[in-house]
Write a protein that binds this ligand. Sequence first.
Ligand code: NAG
Ligand code: NAG
Ligand code: ZN
Length: 421
Amino acid sequence: MLGLSGRQDLRGFTAYLLLLCLFISFPAPSHQASRLGKRDFKHLSQGEMASLVASPDPIRNIDPHSPNSHLSKILIPRAPDTANNTLVREYIISTLKKLNWDIEEDAFNATTPYGVKRFTNVIATKDPKAPRRVILSAHFDSKYFSSYPQNQFVGATDSAAPCAFMLDLAEALNPLLDKRMARLADEDDDMDGEDEDLVDTTLQLVFFDGEEAFKDWTATDSIYGARNLAQKWSSTYIAPNSKRRLIALGWDTELSTIEHLILLDLLGAPHPLVRSSFMSTAWLYDEMVGAEKRLGDSGAYAYGDDDGRKWSSYFLPRGNADHNFGGVEDDHIPFLKMGVDILHVIANPFPRVWHTLKDDASALDIATMRRWNLILRVFMCEYLGLKPEGSEKSRSNVHRAEYELVSDILYALTPISQPLG
Ligand SMILES: *[C@@H]1O[C@H](CO)[C@@H](O)[C@H](O)[C@H]1NC(C)=O
Ligand SMILES: *[C@@H]1O[C@H](CO)[C@@H](O)[C@H](O)[C@H]1NC(C)=O
Ligand SMILES: [Zn+2]
């Protein structure tokens, strides 16, 4: 630092104060979003976890050996604007319609290195009237290759398996979400002490089209679907609603109803390593790690000859000096730029088979996919405050990360807008 004196020093200090004021006056948008999303996780009891592990069968939907599993229906070449892409999209839609989810198709045309192509994102919402939502997402397109045999690429980890996990999750949580909606509709029921805040949040699944670059990954040749949807939601204004806990006036767009966007990618191969990319969702990352651990401790990873007692985590521990790792460019980027809080669950390093013909059924590991299904079931159940069957009363106490409380206090102390004077 330069040693300044007298007036100069004072001027420097004034400038510093001004900068500080500017910083305080316009907090990063991600802070606003994380205020929307703060919530308590009520950990499930052993009995409740056991019921989620047992039903539905955590393998049926992701079994590559069964031609009728969700996974097998998705595991075909499905580059954007092809008949196969439409087939997969329609399969996803019909599966979720059978569960009575609300379906929105976000169709648009965009220019690619191979001319104008048609893309369609699928947005499935359990309760479209809910004031807020948590999004679980993955891309359902496979990478385009121009010639045989590469054009038979099926992207098993990229991202057929994650899409199958999402359909499995919808089936697993659907009865619990239905029960909660029925209790809500029944005015005589006092919700049995259920946190009103929790019931305002619904689950939304987003299947992005056009994640892959047609040629080389650039800002304009990649994430076609995510860019279109983020743009659309950020310019779709909605009626204000106190349940959105908005702090920024004039931010009443569809985006403001998103608590978190959780993005799955490159999963299904054995021994994945996932890391925390953003400090704003480090606590959410820790909750997912916690769900994995409690499942593991309960012996839930037993499969085949493996008794499930010896397992190692799919998640890299967060160090004390953790910072925004920033992560890998993916469908979350346009939402991140608009201030949405992101949890990016991606194997890093990428699976060895990445973008090769070997990323097919043989790259997938059933025990690993089964574990992903269980982690997502427990994690989303706890996020949404759902009550599986099982010993209803034996939930562990409210758990809340300490730094989240600290950030509460910081928010309370931070002036939302402060005149520069
Ligand atoms: C469409 O999927 C089928 C498998 O169901 C595959 O055999 C066929 O090659 C795919 N078509 C194209 C154009 O990739
Ligand atoms: C995309 O372009 C095609 C062909 O020009 C047209 O038929 C279709 O309506 C367009 N779709 C959208 C969503 O704009
Ligand atoms: Zn890819």
